[in-house]
Design a protein around this ligand. Sequence first.
Ligand code: ADP
Ligand code: ADP
Length: 226
Amino acid sequence: MTLSLKNASKTYPDGTRALLPSDLVIETGEIVSLLGPSGCGKTTLLRIIAGLEKPDEGTEVWFGSDNVTRLPVEKRNVGMVFQSYALFPNMSVRTNIAYGLKMQKRPRAEIDQRVEEVLTLCRLTPLANRAVTALSGGQRQRVALARAFAPRPRLLLLDEPLSALDAALRDSLRDELSDLLRRFGITAIFVTHDQNEAMAIADRVAVMSDGRIEQIGSPENLYRNA
Ligand code: ADP
Ligand code: ADP
């Protein structure tokens, strides 16, 4: 699904202009990183796309040919993964992954089938019945990804999903994630303040600074011009 942002901006009630009017188009199946230092507006942009933050007047958010600007988060069918896992600690891996599908009131057989599929793809089958509290940080983040993939969202939003992990794990999960995103063929936005991570994972990198998208291009092009 193509994502289009037109004239997207956000001024917080205290007057902070977190996002200045910005346009962004992300094509179906494309993975775009939002790269920039803390406070430059990455999370605000992501939350506007998700429907978690009300943007300024004049902003338009389009999912394909649907104008979703006024749709609440639960009607947008986006998957989200954050730095802190936000899994349900007292539920098993399987139950966590099934959660979104149950919320969508899918038939039991379909839920079971999708959960098995995602468990396999994310290499979590051996851990399916474990409690989340018994898993390592990397395993938990893999469960968070699996849970986001399971309802087949139109768009996947990832906000610093690897930042809480140690360096070695971060690199291996980064490659795994890149592979998974491409296998699912999902349109995704990956927020990070780490340039290497942005370059490694994305088809295009949008470089943000002080509430603006300063430039956008393929990692090769950005690197050549750096
Ligand atoms: P990033 O994700 O790049 O760290 P944010 O989008 O979180 O940036 O923040 C952009 C700017 O908006 C920062 O100056 C931040 O302090 C400010 N900001 C974020 N949330 C709020 C809020 N709820 N109220 C006021 N200012 C905010
Ligand atoms: P990030 O990972 O984007 O840097 P922060 O730690 O800056 O996130 O922000 C965490 C939460 O605090 C967010 O919900 C954000 O909206 C809120 N927040 C950030 N800056 C401010 C601010 N200046 N005033 C009020 N809320 C803020």
